[in-house]
Design a protein around this ligand. Structure first.
Ligand SMILES: C[S@@+](CC[C@H](N)C(=O)[O-])C[C@H]1O[C@@H](n2cnc3c(N)ncnc32)[C@H](O)[C@@H]1O
Length: 282
């Protein structure tokens, strides 16, 4: 069975890494370093530490789970990912690094059913204090519903510590009606090709007010667009020959080429921005 989210990003990575996000790029970074950099930005915003009990949605092939466990020493984690192939690989990797308990707590499932998942046993969710979505909530059937459900789970959790939902995400730079028809058309076409529901792409202002509307008491957001949109394309251009040669087909290479060209266009034309958002219950 072919899946939209699969193991193909291995091609962009080095060593035994399978990251698949847009990256937080610093000078001299390669793709894997930049992806890990974005995960670290999320971890800092979420204040991950040895008391963190995480629900991670859209964890890719598990690189970020290993990061939370190895470098932030989180107390526990559970998670779901729509992709079977990625979840399977993530489970194998967790086991091979000695995290069998965590491997049993991650499952393939659709976030749309977050409150109704028999796979996630109540013991895993009972004590969570952190809900994470690294570069993926824009793909969800409804980001707003995911955040509402995260809020519900955190409210029901008996953990006495501070509780939050933290995401890295794509937002609109300005209202859609301020865009010319051809910019709107290109944006809609690319969202469709990238499996991003259009209703998920809202301005940062609307995003934040939705979070307050759900009931969060404190919302922080940080615009990190400059370190995301253009450098990914610049790196891909430098690596073009290597990646083209290693790609199994021309369409695999084209996917990255078109994505990075679109991201550069969206940034240069003030259409999209990239943010880290942290919403705290109290
Ligand atoms: C752009 S990738 C990011 C992967 C990973 N977080 C990383 O940074 O490498 C998006 C992830 O979201 C997951 N995803 C997309 N739609 C989902 C859904 N409806 N429910 C759960 N996970 C979903 C995909 O399977 C994929 O792992």
């Amino acid at each position: 069975m072919t899946e939209f989210h699969d193991l193909s990003e291995k091609l962009l990575n080095t060593g035994d890494q399978y990251w698949g996000n847009l990256g937080y790029w610093q000078a001299e970074d390669d793709y894997s370093m930049a992806c890990k950099g974005l995960a670290n930005q999320l971890a800092v915003a979420a204040e991950l530490n040895s008391s963190s009990r995480i629900l991670d949605v859209g964890f890719g092939c598990g690189d970020q789970l290993l990061l939370w466990l190895n470098e932030y020493h989180v107390e526990s984690l559970c998670g779901i990912n729509y992709s079977y192939s990625q979840t399977d690989l993530a489970q194998q990797r967790l086991v091979s690094y000695g995290y069998s308990d965590a491997a049993c707590n991650i499952h393939s499932a659709d976030v749309g059913k977050l409150l109704d998942l028999p796979q996630l046993n109540t013991a895993s969710l009972d004590q969570i204090n952190t809900v994470l979505a690294l570069d993926c909530a824009y793909h969800f059937p409804s980001r707003e519903q995911f955040i509402r459900d995260g809020f519900t789970l955190l409210t029901e959790s008996s953990n006495p510590q501070s509780k939050r939902v933290v995401l890295t995400d794509i937002v609109l730079a300005k209202d859609l009606n301020q865009l010319s028809w051809h910019k709107k058309a290109l944006l809609k076409g690319m969202l469709w090709l990238s499996r991003i529901p259009q209703h998920n792409i809202v301005t940062e202002k609307n995003y934040i007010s939705t979070l307050y509307g759900i009931g969060f008491k404190k919302v922080d957001s940080k615009d990190i667009s400059e370190s995301v949109f253009l450098p990914f394309g610049a790196w891909l251009a430098l690596e073009e020959n290597r990646i083209k040669e290693a790609a199994s087909s021309r369409s695999v290479w084209l996917k990255y080429k078109v994505t990075t060209a679109f991201l550069a266009w969206a940034y240069n034309n003030d259409v999209l921005r990239y943010v880290i958002v942290s919403a705290t219950l109290k």
